[in-house]
Write a protein that binds this ligand. Structure first.
Ligand SMILES: NC(=O)c1ccc[n+]([C@@H]2O[C@H](COP(=O)([O-])OP(=O)(O)OC[C@H]3O[C@@H](n4cnc5c(N)ncnc54)[C@H](OP(=O)(O)O)[C@@H]3O)[C@@H](O)[C@H]2O)c1
Length: 304
């Protein structure tokens, strides 16, 4: 487990903190180390907040937990959350952990993409576009905090599967649909976003951006990815103790994102794995693609 860091007084957001998830364990550790943590889930947020508060206990030396629902596939929901944060919490934001995400159709049964209400492939919409929207909305408090304290961070939870994405398919999909590749594209885009954030804001505002692979972790992600697969879903449920034994626990899996959120002086603009800098895919090194993605995303964000 990573070494405890004193984060008392810091304000942090962790998206996707449903019990049993990486976000839950991340929020719990950050609050137990003293941070004021705001969590989001898409559904049952009050239950997640209650579970976190119960686990945290009422020791005064610990931080706090608050929460608000947010659906990353819905522009107005993301706007509502960002507005609520700034109105009810503060203009201070030390760390944004962009953890929420989905990995659907694990058996690759979809022949065509499943679309969000506004017409995007659903994993791209949630994992990349929604996360990019949230990040853009929260840049003012993050920059303000980093300028005042010299340390604010954006931590993007990506995946080794970003290697399945390719730059030539980021802007125009010409190949047949494959849900694993689509997941890879959403995470490749988040690596590009991390590198572009670092290029744009590290020198001018001291804002650091990190991305990371958490490992293979026993969370709710596969439950969602196997919904509707009948016998496979049932067999997996029966074998879940074996799976839990083989994979990392959520607490173990959360260590690299906790490390990126807290480790003093940690170098930004890198991809981390097992709390060490690691090599991301070659495609991520194309700065022109990162810049183009940034400007096309900005155009989309300004389009309504
Ligand atoms: N588990 C792994 O092995 C693994 C490996 C590599 C990367 N990752 C990444 O790690 C991150 C955390 O995943 P996890 O494994 O902890 O999965 P999880 O247990 O399924 O948790 C995912 C979280 O994201 C939230 N979420 C789902 N759809 C959302 C939406 N449309 N808008 C807002 N929030 C939404 C969920 O909220 P609700 O419960 O309310 O839906 C939940 O809190 C993801 O980005 C995932 O891609 C996981």
């Amino acid at each position: 487990m990573v070494e405890r860091v004193d984060v008392r007084g810091k304000r942090m957001i962790v998206t996707g903190a449903t019990p049993g998830s990486l976000g839950f364990e991340t929020a719990l550790t950050l609050a137990s180390w003293g941070a004021s943590v705001v969590v989001t889930t898409r559904s049952n947020t009050d239950a997640a907040v209650d579970a976190l508060r119960t686990r945290l206990g009422d020791d005064d030396s610990q931080g706090s937990i608050d929460g608000h629902p947010m659906d990353l596939s819905d522009r107005s929901s993301v706007e509502r959350f960002a507005r609520w944060y700034r109105e009810t919490h503060s203009d201070r934001l030390d760390v944004l952990v962009n953890n929420a995400g989905i990995h659907l159709d694990l058996l690759s049964q979809w022949k065509e993409p499943h679309l969000s209400d506004d017409g995007f492939e659903i994993q791209w919409r949630v994992n990349y576009l929604g996360t990019a929207q949230l990040t853009h909305l929260l840049l003012p408090p993050l920059k303000q905090t980093s300028e005042a304290t010299g340390d604010a961070r954006i931590v993007n939870v990506v995946s080794k599967l970003h290697f399945k994405g390719s730059n030539d398919q980021l802007f125009e999909r010409t190949k047949p649909y494959d849900s694993w590749t689509a997941y890879g594209h959403s995470k490749l885009a988040l690596v590009h976003m991390t590198l572009e954030l670092q290029r744009r804001f590290a020198a001018s505002s001291h804002l650091q951006a990190y991305c990371l692979h958490p490992g293979s972790v026993f969370t709710n992600v596969a439950d969602r990815g196997l919904v509707g697969t009948g016998i496979v879903e049932a067999v997996r449920k029966a074998l879940s103790p074996v799976e839990a034994f083989i994979l990392k626990t959520p607490k173990e899996g959360a260590q690299t994102q906790i490390y990126c959120a807290t480790h003093p002086g940690l170098r930004g603009g890198l991809y981390y794995d097992e709390c060490e800098p690691s090599e991301p895919s070659e495609d991520t090194q194309d700065a022109n693609t990162s810049a183009r993605l940034w400007s096309e995303t900005e155009a989309w964000l300004g389009s309504e």
